[in-house]
Design a protein around this ligand. Sequence first.
Ligand SMILES: [Zn+2]
Ligand SMILES: [Zn+2]
Length: 427
Amino acid sequence: MTVLDSRPEVPGDPDGSSDAVLTDSGVSMAPVADLGAGRGPEWLDDWLAGHAGDVLAWRRHIHTNPELARREYGTTELVASLLESAGLTPRVMSSGTGLTCDIGDGPTCVALRADLDALPLTEASGLPFASTVDGAAHACGHDLHTTIVLAAGLALARVADRLPGRVRLIFQPAEEVMPGGALDVIRAGHLDGVDRIFGLHCDPRVEVGKVGTRIGALTSAADLVELRLTSPGGHTSRPHLTADLVHALGTVITSLPSVLSRRVDPRSGTVLVWGSVHAGEAPNAVPQDGLLRGTLRTADEDTWKQLESLVESSVESLLAPLGVGYELNYQRGVPPVVSGQDSTELLRGGVEAALGADALVGTEQSSGGEDFGWYLQHVPGAFARLGVWPGEGPKRDLHQPTFEADERALLTGTRVLVNTALAAFKS
Ligand SMILES: [Zn+2]
Ligand SMILES: [Zn+2]
C-alpha cells in the first residue's frame, strides 16, 4: 500500500507549502481547476490554492486503495494522521474504523459527515489510479466524500481559534451495508453534543459546480427482508404428505408484494422486490429448506415505521395454511434522509456563498437508501447532491464499475461544506 507522508506544519508559513503531502513516488498532483476560486472566505481561498494538489493526491490514494465496510483501517489511519499533522486530535472509534474530530471551541457544534467504505465490486473505469484491490471499488464516490470532509476540516483548522463554535468531522464506516455505520457512530456517542449535521453525496446526474438540495425527503427508507422456509421434504408426487416448500416460496414471492400494495398508501412509493431465491435440486423432490431475500423500500417515513409489523403478520397469514416452517429476519435498514427546512436554507446559503446562486439546483427524492437518515432521527440537518458530471460524456450511475467523478467536485464540495458550517454558526 502506498503511504502518504504528511509533514507537520511549520508555524508562520504563509503559503502553506510546508505541509504539502506527496505520494511516496514523490510526484505531487497538478491541481484541478477551482470553480469557486476567489469567493472566500479569504483563508479558504488561500488554503485551497496551496493544497488543491494534495487534496487530489489524497482522493486518488483512497481510490486506489479501497476498503470494504468495517474494514476501513488504512483509510481511517490516513485521515487520522493528516488531522494530527494539522495539530488536531481525532478520536478513532474502538473498532479501528471510523473517526471523529472536533475543531474549535464553544457550545455550538456543527457536524460534517463523510463515509469511508468502498463497494464489493471490481472497478472497470480504466482510470490510471483505479482500484488495485480485486473486488473492492469506490464506485459510490465515498473517496470523494472522505477527502472533502478532510479538506474542509484542515482548512477550518487554520482558523480554529476564530470559529464561533465547534465543527465536528464525522468519518463513518460502513455506509453501504445494513446495519449501517451511522448507527455505530451514534451508539458510540460521537453524535452527542451536535446541534446540526450536514452531509453530501456525489450525484452523476448533476453537473460539476452545481449542488442539488431539497426540503423534505431526499432518499427512501430501505429494509432487508430475509425469509427461510423449512419442510420435512418428500416426493413431489405426494405434496399432501409433506409441506410443499417451493410452492410456499412462490406464494410469498408473489403475494407479499401484492398484500403490501393493498395495505399501505400507494402514494408512499412502497415497493418490495426480491433479489435472491434459493431452494431445491431435484425436479421430483420437495426440498427441506429455502431462502428468499429482498429489499423493501418506501419514500414515506410514517409508512416505514409500520412496515416491519405488517410484513410479520402478512407472512404469518400467507404461510399458515401451507404447513411449512419459517424464520423471518427483518432488518430495518435506513430511514429516509429528510432535510429540514431551516438546515436546507443554511445549506443553500452555503452553496450560494461557495459557488454563487447559479450553482443551486433542485433534486428529486431517490428510491435509494442512505444511512445519513439515522443522524437526522436525532439532530436536525440537511443533505446535498454534489454535482460530479463533467458536463459532457455519459452519465455513469453510482455503483457502476465504470463510475467516474469530475475531480473539480473535490474543491466545490469542500467550499460548500466550509461555507455551510459557517452559515450554521450564524443561525
Ligand atoms: Zn452506495
Ligand atoms: Zn454512497
